[in-house]
Design a protein around this ligand. Structure first.
Ligand SMILES: [Zn+2]
Length: 120
């Protein structure tokens, strides 16, 4: 069974990255979750959104969660962890309506570009 827990340390890290990259996301609506016990073997992280129908039902704006798969993510060196987080952040459009940006934009090349920017 998958176990999920909020990862506030990672949230701080993600906020730092977003700030450095001058992203305009509302970071109060992006949570970071660590999961353990996932059967996903080749997945490092994934991004979730509150669907529009649930936003309407609950009367809240879109919220997103970046989930890191602990067994995979923890094994990565810090630079690869940062790239993984950048990749997931890039899936979230700055307008944050509940949709995602796809892999035509969230590709290796653009992630590397962002990562270089982050290192500056
Ligand atoms: Zn992706």
């Amino acid at each position: 069974m998958i176990r999920y827990e909020r990862d506030e340390a990672l949230e701080l890290r993600v906020r730092g990255i977003a700030q450095k990259l001058q992203l305009r996301h509302d970071m109060t609506r992006i949570a970071c979750i660590r999961s353990t016990g996932s059967k996903a073997r080749r997945t490092l992280a994934r991004c979730h959104a509150l669907p529009r129908v649930m936003q309407l039902a609950l009367g809240v704006k879109a919220h997103y969660a970046i989930e890191v798969i602990a067994e995979q993510f923890d094994r990565l060196p810090p630079d690869e962890q940062a790239k993984t987080v950048i990749h997931e952040l890039m899936h979230i459009p700055e307008r944050m309506k509940g949709g995602f940006r796809q892999h035509d934009y969230v590709c290796r090349k653009n992630v590397e570009k962002m990562y270089k920017e982050f290192l500056k």
